[in-house]
Design a protein around this ligand. Structure first.
Ligand code: 5AD
Ligand code: SF4
Length: 462
């Protein structure tokens, strides 16, 4: 009997946005043919990949603290005669590069956000060196990495698919145009093929991802130029695809076809994540957003005309340089106007290399705290109101996960609310009508509505 070859293990920890979650899944796809299975246990891993976020200072610092905490595992493995590689990937890798190797001697590899398709070569080099090499690859390749990735593994009932990457907007506070590079749209045919594969694995929903997803454009399968709206119209034709979502959109890239899609396509979920960042026109100009609060209101109004049950979410930054109390009141006004279903809110974080970092009038930390508190209080109250309005309603829920409690499944409403239901395992991956019995700020609870038995009408002649 031949001894079975021990499987190698990779542990991937992910910070940041859904694009990073997608990238981590793709890294696992790249490593699977090399014999690396994923593990949740750091101690078992031959390679630990930290897929990192650079958007705010705190996110960056977390990576270095985590590296510090992980050191014991590396030492334990070495004591036992093995090796454990630490790889820093993603946006911190892209932005900090060799600085990471200088700052932490235990890091073996630095892999930028556009270089992870080269993991096989990078890991082979590291293995060849018997674990002594320190490798850095933060290149922006001439050809997009997507062309070099293997077919995706099953992603479950709700699949995330990157359709667009990078950003040319250069908001003055943001590192994304530097860490992710300029805007790139994947070809429609590739996107459709990846979605069809996921449907064949059992996906019922697709989440189209992009830093500026509504800027997606390209040549369609009919040879014509498509925008995101056109793409969604074509995706709606795919058998077995019941739900379509997209994230994140920029107000200046909203287009007629996308509004039309929301009016005409039942599979397109009534939810729009549309960051405004700030309500003050003065701050929006300083942020280089190139839209006003009024432009934003017009988008909300038009969407609500087309789809009255549309839910909105946003990102906010308080305490941008030069922000006064009067500016902050404008942020509170737009929040009040929209009544968001959900939102992310942050204190401005100075990012070296961005234009806003050089601005003179930084806002005091205490004032940022007060403004954030006021904003979040209102956002959380609105979220509670939005959720509570669903009490007693019967809503279709896509069960995409097991719940935290035994016997519970977790799913999503059309408005992206988390719904917890005691339900049999066989409903995982199904869309089921649920009666909502409880609502809190963060989630809903409900009961499966039993399907009425079919009454045969074929036995009596008319
Ligand atoms: N400080 C605080 N928040 C930021 N974001 C981006 N850059 C910064 C920064 N320098 C927020 C924006 C963006 C979200 C992903 O992160 O709100 O939409
Ligand atoms: Fe950053 Fe602005 Fe681009 Fe969004 S649109 S990724 S906030 S630069």
């Amino acid at each position: 009997m031949s001894a079975q070859k021990a499987e190698k293990k990779v542990h991937i920890k992910t910070w940041g946005c859904q694009m990073n979650v997608y990238d981590s899944e793709r890294m696992a796809d790249v490593m699977a043919p090399m014999g690396y299975a994923q593990t949740d246990q750091i101690g078992e891993a031959d390679i630990v990949i930290l897929n990192t976020c650079h958007i705010r200072e705190k996110a960056t610092e977390k990576v270095f603290s985590e590296l510090g905490r992980m050191r014991v595992h590396k030492r334990a493995k070495e004591k036992a005669g093995g090796k454990m590689a630490f790889a820093v990937a993603g946006c911190v890798a892209q932005a900090e590069g060799a600085e990471i190797l200088r700052r932490d001697k235990n890091v073996d590899m630095v892999i930028g956000s556009q270089a992870y398709h080269q993991l096989p070569e990078i890991i082979a080099d590291w293995e060849k060196s018997n674990g002594t090499a320190r490798i850095i690859n933060t290149d922006f390749p001439a050809e997009p990495k997507f062309d070099h990735l293997p077919p995706a593994q099953p992603r479950g009932p709700s699949a995330y698919i990157a359709v667009q990457e990078g950003c040319d907007k250069f908001c003055s506070f943001c590192v994304v145009p530097y860490t992710r590079g300029s805007e790139y749209s994947r070809p429609a045919a590739d996107i459709i093929a990846e979605i069809k594969t996921q449907i064949s694995y059992g996906a019922r929903e697709v989440n189209l991802l992009g830093q500026n997803v509504n800027a997606w454009h390209g040549t369609g399968t009919d040879g014509k130029t498509w925008n995101l709206g056109t793409l969604i119209f074509h995706l709606a034709e795919l058998d077995g695809l019941d739900r379509i979502r997209y994230v994140t959109s920029h107000p200046n890239d909203m287009h007629d076809m996308l509004y039309r899609a929301h009016g005409e396509i039942p599979q397109l979920m009534p939810y729009l994540h549309l960051p405004i960042q700030n309500g003050s026109d003065k701050i929006l100009a300083a942020m280089n957003r190139k839209h006003t609060q009024d432009d934003y209101r017009r988008i909300i109004d038009r969407m609500r005309d087309i789809r009255p049950d549309m839910a909105f979410s946003s990102d906010f930054i308080v305490g941008f340089p030069g922000e006064t109390d009067a500016d902050h009141r404008e942020t509170m006004k737009i929040v009040d106007y929209v009544g968001y279903a959900a939102a992310y809110s942050f204190k401005y974080s100075r990012r070296p290399g961005t234009p806003a970092a050089k601005a003179g009038k930084q806002v005091l930390e205490d004032i940022k705290d007060i403004r954030l508190q006021e904003l979040q209080k209102k956002l959380y109250a609105d979220q509670t109101v939005f959720n509570t309005a669903k009490l007693g309603m019967a809503i279709p829920v896509l069960f995409d996960n097991r719940g935290k409690r035994y016997g519970q499944l977790q799913g999503k409403s059309p408005w992206l609310q988390t719904v917890n239901v005691i339900a049999p395992e066989r409903l995982l991956g199904q869309i089921v009508d649920v009666k909502i019995t409880e609502a809190t700020q963060n989630s809903l609870t409900g009961e499966v509505i039993p399907i009425a038995p079919q009454i045969s009408s074929g036995t009596h002649a008319a």
